[in-house]
Design a protein around this ligand. Structure first.
Ligand code: ADP
Length: 320
């Protein structure tokens, strides 16, 4: 800070100007310090034409290092990112292939066990029980494999509907027949209130998978309620399927989360019960694919799931 005659009033900073050195910049102060000004002095190395070569060199080197480091980091992260994507894709395709390979032998095991079951006479109670276990366990595995395959198709965006004329009640009746041994084993009484008998355009596999997952959950988590109610109805081109049980139900705070992939409610019920946490996520995805939805509806007891599907009616005497 210098006065009107150029004499310093106050100085700060480490640099002390030499005798007769001119300031690099001045800033005149306004009223009431009109004659005074702020003068900026710097080392002669910084004065004249600008920064010295040495300083330019240092600044240039530092900038170069920063640029190279940034490019290096960008390349590193890009490679890590693409490697992760590649690994994830490989994993999905591996799981997909293994699941495909498992499907055929499992179908054969199930088919032969069912054939044996039919050939048994009623007196052979023990063999009947053993075969029942083989059938229901292979069914459980088939459902799991079906879910994994659907999940990997979903990841690869290749999930597609294959509709054909069928009756939703007939499809559900067959699913219930399949699950009967497993439900009987846990003494779960099944009530089927059928109300969707008409022929509609529907993807049988999709309905089987959605309803299969819901019934399997009743058997896994709601068995102590000893009751399964499946109810269907038809309204125009919409088909409704409700699957309800009298088990412990799903806590309010978990009602949306159970539809997230891999999410499992951690409590005494799901601890120790085999599961992957993708059943409900897939069931919802399939319902949406079929032009509908899957929601958890409120009920007095247990859990109640409502599936809606868009299934255009097949004109009487017509085909697909
Ligand atoms: P998973 O059965 O493989 O765990 P799901 O996606 O089918 O996966 O179900 C997610 C979670 O929702 C289950 O872990 C369970 O805690 C809960 N759940 C599903 N259905 C029922 C039900 N009927 N009663 C009680 N809890 C259920």
């Amino acid at each position: 800070l210098v006065d009107a005659k150029g004499a310093p009033i106050y100085e700060w900073g480490a640099f002390v100007p030499v005798e007769g050195q001119r300031p690099r910049a001045t800033l005149a102060l306004s009223y009431p310090l009109g004659g005074w000004s702020l003068a900026f002095y710097a080392s002669p190395q910084l004065s004249g034409t600008g920064l010295s070569r040495g300083l330019w060199f240092n600044v240039g080197t530092a900038l170069g290092v920063v640029v190279i480091a940034t490019i290096g980091l960008a390349i590193y992260f890009y490679r890590e990112y693409t490697r992760d994507i590649r690994l994830a894709a490989q994993r999905v395709s591996f799981v997909n292939q293994v699941s495909h390979e498992l499907k055929t032998p499992l179908t054969n095991i199930r088919m032969y066990a069912e054939l044996l079951q039919r050939g048994l006479d009623d007196s052979d109670e023990k063999s009947r029980t053993h075969l029942g276990v083989i059938v229901s366990e292979s069914q459980r595995l088939s459902r799991l494999i079906g879910n994994v395959l659907t999940f990997s198709r979903r990841e690869r965006h290749t999930l597609k509907l294959r509709t054909e004329p069928a009756s939703v009640d007939a499809i559900i009746g067959a699913v219930l027949d399949h699950y009967r041994p497993a439900l009987d084993a846990k003494e779960i009484e099944t009530v089927f209130k059928s109300g969707a008998p008409d022929q509609v355009l529907v993807d049988t596999d999709v309905v089987e998978q959605i309803v299969g997952n819901l019934i399997s959950n009743v058997e896994k988590y709601g068995a102590n309620g000893k009751l399964l109610i499946v109810e269907t109805s038809q309204d125009g081109d919409e088909v409704m399927i409700q699957v309800a049980d009298a088990g412990p139900g799903i806590p309010e705070s978990e009602r949306e989360r159970v539809f997230e992939p891999f999410y499992r409610v951690s409590d005494r019920l799901s601890d120790g019960v085999a599961g992957t946490g993708i059943g409900l996520a897939i069931a919802r995805e399939l319902a949406v694919l079929h032009g509908g939805a899957l929601i958890l509806v409120s009920s007095e007891r247990g859990a109640a799931f409502l599936v809606t599907l868009h299934c255009p009616r097949v004109p009487k005497g017509g085909g697909a």
